[in-house]
Ligand binder design. Structure first.
Ligand SMILES: [Fe+2]
Length: 308
């Protein structure tokens, strides 16, 4: 395109120079703003969001859960006690908020301890166990173990939960609830218990064996640390609860599904999933692992209502 007729060469030069300066300034300002936004986001992800705490509520209606059999559940996943963002004060706050929900049942979905790629001072197991001991619900508090429990301190975690009076369900099930309102609470062994190299693992999960523990027609809840078991969960199970993924933990747009620790990517990364009439709820969890940062997935406690 040619210059406008009548415009003088000097003006063109001045305009071009001004436009060049303006573009350069804009570019510099853009880079500066992007840098500021990135550093602000990093500070938020590292120091603000992980310290938060929200309650996320679900009211699923699985067809295998009897209508009118009301049950409320509080779920605590991936506490990762001892990390920079889960010091004992934060654990205490989690327990206080969980108790304040006054649910019939409390479940803990594994990964009680923290691990990072840098040295850090761990909160001793007896300290966080003393806080979990305060969890209170009419039908009790029950746990499954997670991969970090297996990898980074299994005897300590088992001892801590025992001292807190919280039973661990490992390929086992218990019948809970009052007469005519009974249900089975089943818990699966961890699916990633033993790393065997090249990103492969040997699990201690045994779903078929777990299902043999269910002796009546009462409805079934299943606890599993990793959600990847879900495609194999039989329709007999009304609701599966899982954690592990941290909802992606740092949800950088577009690329976060690549970093979800699940062979299914984003499919079971977070929230309420219904497949072929079967229900799964995946918690975004509370603490952090590997890196002490969260973005777009604030620490959460779940409150679930069934049969309402
Ligand atoms: Fe995990």
């Amino acid at each position: 395109m040619t210059a406008d007729a009548g415009s003088e060469p000097g003006q063109d030069i001045a305009l071009t120079a001004r436009a060049h300066v303006t573009r350069r300034r804009l570019l510099t300002a853009g880079v500066g703003f992007a840098g500021l936004a990135a550093s602000t986001t990093a500070v938020y992800a590292g120091a603000v969001e992980p310290e938060g705490l929200i309650v996320t509520r679900y009211a699923p209606a699985p067809r295998t859960w009897p209508a009118g059999q009301k049950l409320t559940i509080t779920a605590i996943a991936d506490l990762h006690a001892g990390g920079p963002d889960m010091q004992i004060e934060h654990v205490r706050e989690v327990v206080d908020r969980a108790n304040a929900l006054h649910s019939d049942l409390i479940v803990l979905l594994g990964d009680f301890i923290a691990w990072y790629k840098f040295p850090f001072v761990r909160v001793p197991d007896p300290l966080w166990a003393a806080e979990l001991k305060r969890l209170s619900a009419p039908l009790g508090a029950w746990a499954v173990l997670g991969n970090h429990d297996w990898w980074h301190g299994l005897p300590g975690v088992r001892g801590a939960l025992a001292s807190a009076g919280i039973p661990i369900l490992e390929n086992d099930a218990v019948l809970l609830g009052p007469p005519r309102q009974k249900f089975w609470l089943a818990g699966l062994g961890d699916q990633l218990a033993y790393p065997i190299g090249r990103g492969r693992f040997l699990g201690v999960d045994d779903l078929p064996w777990t299902m043999t523990k269910i002796k009546t027609d009462d409805p079934v809840l299943l606890l599993a640390h990793e959600p990847d078991i879900f495609p194999r969960v039989p329709a007999r199970v009304a609701l599966t609860l899982a954690g592990h993924t941290h909802g992606g933990q740092v949800r950088v747009p577009l690329i976060w599904p690549l970093f979800v620790p699940s062979k299914y990517g984003a499919r079971y990364a977070y929230g309420h999933v219904i497949e072929h009439g079967r229900h799964l709820i995946v918690s975004g969890g509370l603490g952090t692992s590997t890196i002490p940062a969260r973005l777009g997935v604030p620490p959460e406690i779940l409150h679930i209502t069934l049969g309402a």
